[in-house]
Design a protein around this ligand. Structure first.
Ligand code: 8YV
Length: 322
């Protein structure tokens, strides 16, 4: 008898194939079940395991109502601000995420945002799609040279360090802020700033790589943005909740910031359309991890966690441990 699995949103073909082969699986083709639909199908299918993503929040009330036969809820993604981990612990429900496997692609995407924001990619693209036809002079539409500019990394975890490795290749000095200073082998020459405010003041490009969730809402607030150098750049591939968007819109509109590159927003997918009206913002719809290889690897890693728990072991990427 195969174990019983619910997959709460569409996954890549390779992940779906492994789910079908290893489980009695119910696979949703949609964008992510809401709590009511999830509770219904997990119960009627008598699921042992759940595979889900950030579009299916596991809030306290939902966790409390999940049936006892569900042994693990494995999330596809490294961020877990959509999961009430404390509630999962209370109900002894194993929950897991998928760290490591997306570091390289999210770091690549961060460089894409840095380059696109500094080099005015959105404006150039728009000119081409409108037919170009007008000559530009040597001082028209100038961007910022990336090499030699200091990159400030907020959150020097695995993704932050992968960004730093790439930025070194672009000739960018690196500063970072973490609560605690890293050992030298992890710093690789990057300078530590004791506060986010100090980092904001000293860098030319600020890249946000902090986890979302309680205590991190709007840590890049109006005061932090004001401390950034005039003409500097902000990029965010982490979570929209980390940034005060109203203050960011004002800083971009006034020209205090030269540009921003944004992959994440508050209230996704219904992001604040005022960003789309600004020429100095490069926008993406939360695609940092979106490559075939990485999305496959994320799904496989989530299934590895499910396999472990159903075999009586601890999930390798457990979000709480007894
Ligand atoms: C995912 C992400 O696309 O890993 C994360 O935290 O934000 C993205 O890589 C998303 O979470 C999929 O559920």
């Amino acid at each position: 008898m195969k174990p019983r699995l619910v997959v709460a949103q569409r996954v890549t073909e390779a992940v779906a194939a492994r789910a079908r082969a290893g489980f009695e699986a119910v696979l949703s083709e949609g964008e992510g079940m809401d709590a009511a639909a999830l509770l219904g199908v997990v119960t009627t299918h008598r699921a042992d395991a759940l595979l889900f993503g950030s579009s299916t929040p596991l809030a306290r009330e939902t966790v409390a109502r999940l049936p006892a036969h569900l042994r693990i809820a494995a999330s596809i993604g490294v961020g877990f601000d959509h999961i009430d981990v404390a509630a999962a612990r209370t109900h002894r429900l194993a929950v897991s995420n998928t760290p490591d496997v997306l570091d390289e692609c999210v770091a690549d995407f961060t460089l894409l945002l840095i380059l696109a924001a500094c080099r005015r990619a959105h404006e150039y693209e728009a000119i081409m799609r409108a037919g170009w036809r007008q000559k530009f002079l040597l001082d028209d539409l100038l961007g910022l040279r990336v090499s030699g500019r200091t990159l400030g990394i907020l959150g020097m975890g695995r993704i932050g360090r992968a960004v730093a490795a790439r930025a070194r290749g672009f000739g960018m000095p690196i500063l970072y802020h973490n609560r605690n200073r890293l050992p030298p082998e992890r710093e690789q020459g990057a300078g530590w700033c004791a506060s986010l405010g100090e980092l904001a003041e000293r860098c030319d490009i600020l890249a946000v790589h902090a986890p979302g969730g309680p205590g991190t809402e709007k840590i890049v607030d109006r005061a932090v943005l004001a401390r950034m150098k005039p003409g500097s750049v902000l990029v965010n591939v982490a979570r929209g909740s980390l940034v005060d968007e109203q203050a960011l819109l004002e800083a971009l509109g006034s020209g205090h910031l030269f540009a921003a590159g944004l992959d994440v927003f508050q209230g996704e997918p219904a992001f604040d359309l005022r960003f789309a009206a600004l020429p100095n913002v490069f926008l993406a719809p939360h695609m940092g991890s979106a490559t075939r290889e990485t999305r496959d690897a994320m799904g496989m890693r989530a299934l590895d966690n499910i396999d472990a728990v159903l075999a009586g072991r601890e999930a390798p990427d457990a979000l709480w441990r007894p």
